[in-house]
Design a binder for this molecule. Structure first.
Ligand code: B4P
Length: 191
């Protein structure tokens, strides 16, 4: 079983590359962004709370996303490997994920860190906002707030996995196909 974390700032290509990796390797995809957006669409209490924070570019509380991931792991006992997309985003989430995976006698195999310049991120997200209907992609101020939130709270997650020598740094600019091939090379080294 190989479990992969796809990491990077907002707009770095996590969602885009996840789709391709799932198709190739059959991972069970766990995207906290997608799970939160499903809650928003279903107008649950959790979704309403999350929407307020996401629309300001802020992270949703750790206990909420950790709870969602815990349920998703429980609900997929037959999965042969998980792809975590957009999770963990804080050190507390990383520690919680390690503890959850230990319960299932497994661990993170590789941490793939996509690296993209800030101006490229803003450009991509504003462009996605033209068609995605995502309110957090239409306002440049909110996009920049998400990048600041990433720098303040999320970048440390890479240092956490660096201690366990699990990090592969990937240039996230260039063609989607070239980036995908680089990601596959890193995964293939571990399977
Ligand atoms: P997410 O849903 O995780 O979304 P994201 O980081 O904005 O986007 P992603 O990185 O997947 O986008 P992609 O590059 O694929 O988070 C949304 C919000 O949910 C967060 O701000 C937070 O509030 C909340 N949240 C989620 N998880 C949380 C957690 N664990 N804890 C707390 N809060 C949490 O796509 C961007 C665009 O770039 C696309 O249009 C794509 O086509 C384009 N693109 C991709 N690759 C490209 C390339 N190589 N060249 C050119 N364009 C490219």
């Amino acid at each position: 079983m190989l479990n992969v974390i796809l990491f990077g700032p907002p707009g770095s290509g996590k969602g885009t590359q996840s789709e391709k990796l799932i198709a190739k390797y059959g991972f069970k995809h766990l995207s906290t962004g997608d799970l939160l957006r499903s809650e928003i669409t279903a107008k649950t209490a959790l979704g309403l709370e999350a929407k307020g924070l996401m629309d300001k570019g802020q992270l949703v509380p750790d206990e909420v996303v950790i709870g969602m991931i815990s349920h998703a792991l429980e609900a997929n006992p037959k999965a042969t490997g998980f792809l975590f997309d957009g999770f963990p985003r804080t050190e507390a989430q990383s520690v919680a994920l390690d503890n959850l995976l230990k319960k299932y006698n497994t661990q993170i195999g590789v941490f793939l860190a996509l690296e993209v310049s800030e101006e490229e991120l803003v450009k991509r997200l504003l462009n996605r906002g033209l068609t995605s209907g995502r309110s957090d992609d239409t306002n440049e101020e909110v996009i920049r707030a998400r990048i600041i939130e990433y720098e303040r709270k999320t970048m440390v997650v890479a240092d956490y996995y660096e201690k366990f020598k699990k990090v592969a740094h990937i240039k996230g600019e260039g063609s989607v196909e070239d980036i995908f091939n680089t990601l596959c090379n890193e995964i293939n080294k571990r399977v």
